[in-house]
Design a protein around this ligand. Structure first.
Ligand SMILES: [Zn+2]
Length: 343
């Protein structure tokens, strides 16, 4: 190695470093942009100088809620729950002496109506009230908790799903196995299967919340959805009775696009996916959500909690996944027949 070679090596090394710096400057990092915007927003606000229009455009682009976390709190320490019917987000984490500085909470969305901080059972509960029905996502990054709110996408066909029961209303149960939990688990899987698809699915609950059937029907009706599907588990005193059935509203007839038509599609798809006994369709005009949701609506009874063979299916991960797949395929087929989706 001679001197000249060393010079070239040093030179190319410097050029390489410069390139690296340029490349890093050019990589768009959303978080960095977000922070910059917020700093602008805070600074302007503190200075109270009047460039309001410019600031509000920045805020709209940002559109989230940012909560500074104590060093001791990370993603796994946080529990976020959302009650869409109540338009309420609750964020819980262990309260300690590094309590969050609420003056540093940044709200750059116009989708909230209020935020409050309470101590509950040794935990901090941050409660956000929203001004409409949104879907929410949250994430932790660099010591900040970000909560975002997404409007319901009305450009897609809308389907409301309804995990039956919840809260103190456990539904059918045997040996501390509650219908409400299976219904919720199946509906969460339906939402997961649908992520990023051509259908907007809205669930009446994503958590163990109680809502009356009147509230659920009223909530569903505000969207005028394309379909409504309630998910339940059956119960019978005779443990020998097993199988899947779907309830429909006999009041609106048996034509195409009715509750009866939807129930038939769901029944076929769920039985095929689960391999359960086909009990056929049942008149559900006495069931509130079937009767009073103003669009094709049906209530799926996946199987019997009182039957060993059905119970085994419904409590297994695979059985819940197949239940979700059956209902989801039924929803897709119905929307296809309605001409709302392509395939
Ligand atoms: Zn039920």
């Amino acid at each position: 190695m001679n001197d000249r070679t060393v010079d070239y090596a040093a030179l190319s090394g410097i050029i390489f470093l410069i390139c690296i710096i340029i490349v890093f400057e050019l990589i768009p990092t959303e978080r960095v942009n977000t922070k910059t915007v917020n700093q602008v927003y805070l600074t302007k606000n503190e200075d109270n100088n009047g460039e309001g229009h410019h600031i509000s455009m920045e805020m709209n682009r940002d559109d989230n809620m940012e909560i500074p976390l104590p060093d001791s709190i990370d993603y796994d320490d946080i529990d976020v729950t959302y009650d869409i019917i109540e338009k309420r987000v609750n964020i819980y984490f262990e309260l300690n002496k590094d309590n969050i500085d609420v003056t540093k909470v940044i709200n750059t969305t116009d989708k909230t109506e209020g935020i409050s901080y309470k101590s509950e059972n040794g935990k901090l509960n941050i409660e956000i009230i929203l001004n409409d029905y949104y879907q929410t996502k949250w994430d932790v990054n660099n010591g900040w908790l970000y909560v975002r709110f997404f409007p319901i996408d009305r450009s897609k066909p809308v389907v409301v799903i309804d995990p039956g029961h919840g809260g103190f209303d456990v539904g059918a149960n045997v040996n501390n196995i509650y219908e409400k939990d299976i219904n919720l688990s199946v509906c969460r899987k339906i939402e997961e299967m649908n992520a990023g698809s051509d259908i907007q699915i809205i669930s009446t609950r994503g958590e163990d919340y109680y809502h009356s059937v009147e509230e659920r029907a009223a909530f569903a009706n505000t969207f005028s959805p394309d379909l409504f599907v309630s998910v339940h588990i059956n119960w019978y005193q005779d443990a020998g009775i097993n199988g899947t059935s779907v309830l429909y509203n006999s009041v609106n007839g048996e034509a195409f696009g009715t509750s009866y038509w939807l129930a038939g599609i769901l029944q076929k798809n769920v039985v095929k996916s689960l391999g359960t006994f086909d009990m056929g369709l049942e008149d559900g005009k006495s069931i509130y959500v079937v009767r009073y949701v103003n669009v094709p609506s049906a209530l799926v009874e996946l199987g019997f909690i009182t039957n060993q063979s059905d119970l085994q299916i419904l409590t297994s991960e695979d059985g819940k996944r197949k239940s979700a797949a059956g209902v989801y395929e039924g929803i897709r087929q119905a929307l296809k027949e309605m001409g709302k989706i392509q395939n």
